[in-house]
Design a protein around this ligand. Structure first.
Ligand code: WT7
Length: 644
């Protein structure tokens, strides 16, 4: 590394990392007990640090301890940091701005918490947030945590149908939403979507925050304006003492089969893991201004847009809009607030890169010192541009690998350790012991790709899938006995650094969003003309992958390109625009194994033209189906369509 970089006085160096890592692995209970004392303020200590056992899929941490997550993110900072800014918020059009101190945050959270209580929300109740990126979203999450309600945030890009599914699954009593959201100058009809979702499932109350001021119909018994509700609420609200293992939130994500799964994260272990990873991975110092661009609807928004930074009394930027619109907005915001640590997704970097250097040249970005990425593998070109152009070659790049299930960052090239390796996830975080195994669960050699598993428990991991513990046990612990299976492929290089090769299951990653191919397929087969559907991810220059669907039709139906927009709409209605197939191809038959399983791997090779990579087809039932597909693609005579 250049000398300039070591001038920052980074928290870790190779030796310190090595020492702490060894301790964390050899004596995990001692290590985590120490960190728990350091990062969290507890009302009551634990009787057992952990008696987790992966052979039984059993995970627990700090048993018997009591704490409140909101207290840890807000109240305890007040004696020293009451006037420190917690949130620097900027609206989509940059016209509206707010600077919220920890004292102000405290008052807003207390009043929100009291508002929830006034509607009868109590400890253990589920509350759904379907919100834009406004400070009230953070306030609402913390207010839930304060009174022991379990929040479940649903990303505003999900359709009413997808929202209803989650509301029903999580048994939500209350929905918190806004009249509208705004992204890239476009209004998102949040309240309207909630109304539509609620034609399918019932909730007791809907709290509506006035954001754009657009008029929305209110249902008298059910809907209440937040500004009316909060009017007479007290500025103080006693935080509820929660068990370390009490759920803090449920967050839905896609799996390889069936419906989305609601991962349950706990109050103690999750909060500790979010706090400690934030501190070490972002090398967080008091003078930093930190900006994570993720929406609160994703785990990144939870761990590194709310809980991690606030538990560390950080000052963070929050932006309502999309960081690619207008093209220089990200860099302007960095200059405006002197952002020093910036965390975003490779897909955003690629989109920003496509604008050329002009937006960069009109801004300074002198404040930046550390740049993070998350959500998908970063390609070397994007890494280089981020490093050379955005950060002037001065900033460390931390490419963080983790998952909704892991609660926080798991494998990362720590700032201050080793030489940069574009695209490598590098080193495990403290307490994380990865193992790359083959299909039988045996270790593979360095340089050989295998399945990425984790061998021992860490505090931040999800405890269950809400309402379906069986699926949790089977999906994560049932494949390689005694190991947590990530669903990703990986290998270790000759230095022992980890490289992530991507999902090995039927999950695809589109613009950093995790999508289950099965979910998209079920949306497509709802169309009366469709017999079968197979969905794959194909390489896309900006999104990383894009959704590509194959459909076959029921007997007697005629294929027509007119079906394409209809099918796209089916997916948009069922999941959201984020899952809409960009391309749809009609096929007579899909390639299947003799046991009837669609061979998506072959479809992918056909679409990308990598016929030589098709490999073993001994299980393919009708080889002529593949031959037909290859012939069609070789000639470029495929019937496909949609927006590219
Ligand atoms: C999947 C998890 C973690 C928050 C955002 C995504 C992929 C994530 C990386 C990375 C390569 C990555 C994996 C993982 N992934 N980060 N730095 N390099 N792949 O959370 O929606 O639960 O998705 O995203 O495939 O399993 P998620």
């Amino acid at each position: 590394m250049s000398e300039q970089k070591s001038d920052f006085g980074l928290m870790l160096n190779e030796e310190m990392y090595g020492k702490l890592y060894q301790q964390s692995i050899n004596e995990p209970t001692i290590f985590w007990a120490e960190q728990a004392e350091r990062f969290i303020t507890w009302y009551q200590s634990w009787h057992t640090v952990s008696d987790s056992d992966f052979n039984q899929g059993k995970v627990n941490w700090f048993n018997g301890a009591k704490l409140n997550a909101c207290y840890n993110c807000v109240d305890r900072h007040l004696p020293q940091y009451a006037n420190r800014i917690a949130i620097l918020w900027e609206g989509d059009n940059s016209q509206r701005r707010q600077a919220i101190t920890y004292q102000m945050l405290y008052e807003r959270v207390c009043r929100f918490a009291n508002s929830l209580k006034s509607l009868g929300v109590a400890k253990g109740d589920s509350v759904c947030l379907y919100m834009p990126m406004i400070p009230d979203a953070v306030v609402a999450m913390l207010a839930c945590a304060r009174i022991g309600a379990v929040h479940t945030v649903v990303f505003g890009g999900f359709s009413p149908h997808a929202l209803a599914e989650r509301l029903q699954n999580a048994k939500c009593k209350v929905v918190i939403t806004a009249d509208e959201g705004v992204r890239a100058h476009k209004a998102i009809p949040l309240k309207k979507n909630v109304d539509e979702a609620l034609t399918r499932v019932k909730v007791r109350k809907v709290i509506v925050i006035k954001n754009t001021g657009h008029s929305v119909p209110m249902q008298q018994q059910r809907d209440v304006w937040y500004h009316t509700l909060v009017r007479n609420q007290e500025f103080n609200c006693e935080p509820e003492a929660m068990d370390a293992e009490d759920p803090l939130f449920i967050l839905y994500t896609s799996g390889s089969t069936g419906k989305p799964k609601g991962l349950v994260h706990t109050t103690g272990g999750y909060l500790l893991y979010a706090a400690i990873t934030f501190r070490y991975v972002f090398d967080y110092k008091e003078q930093d201004i930190y900006w994570c661009t993720a929406d609160i609807g994703w785990i990144t928004g939870h761990s590194y847009g709310v809980y991690g930074p606030l538990a560390n009394h950080a000052t963070m930027v929050m932006y309502e809009g999309v960081i690619t619109s207008p093209p220089n907005i990200a860099w302007e915001i960095i200059d405006r607030y002197n952002v020093s640590v910036f965390y975003t997704a490779p897909t955003a970097i690629r989109a920003l890169m496509a604008f050329g250097d002009e937006p960069l040249n009109s801004t300074k970005r002198n404040s930046l010192r550390l740049l993070g990425t998350v959500g998908e593998p970063i390609n070397p070109e994007a890494w280089q541009w981020y490093h050379d152009k955005v950060g002037f070659g001065r900033c460390w790049i931390v490419d963080t690998w983790w998952q909704t299930e892991t609660g926080g960052i798991m494998i990362v090239p720590f700032a201050g350790i080793g030489k940069p390796k574009p695209g490598a996830a590098c080193k495990p975080f403290f307490g994380i012991k990865p193992r790359v195994v083959d299909a039988q669960g045996n270790d593979v050699l360095p340089q050989q790709t295998g399945f990425l598993t984790i061998t021992q428990s860490w505090p931040g991991q999800a405890r269950t899938i809400y309402g379906n513990h069986e699926r949790f046990l089977k999906g994560y612990f049932g494949q390689y006995g005694g190991l947590y299976f990530t669903g990703d492929g990986a290998y270790q290089d000759s230095n022992g650094d980890y490289w992530i090769t991507g999902r090995v299951d039927d999950v695809i990653n589109v613009a950093g969003h995790r999508l289950g191919t099965a979910e998209i397929e079920s949306a497509l087969v709802k169309h009366q003309a469709v017999a079968e559907a197979a969905v794959i991810g194909v390489p896309h220059p900006v999104k990383g992958e894009s959704v590509y669907a194959f459909v076959s039709l029921v007997a007697g139906k005629q294929w027509s390109p007119k079906l394409i927009p209809e099918l796209q709409q089916m997916v948009t209605d069922s999941i959201g625009k984020l899952a809409m197939p960009e391309q749809i191809e009609y096929v007579n038959k899909l390639p299947k194994t003799r046991s009837g399983k669609i061979m998506r791997r072959l479809l992918r090779n056909v679409v990308t033209g990598e016929f030589d990579k098709i490999g073993d087809i001994s299980t393919l039932a009708e080889p002529e189906v593949l031959d037909q597909l290859k012939a069609a693609h070789a000639k470029g005579k495929i019937q496909q369509g949609g927006s590219k």
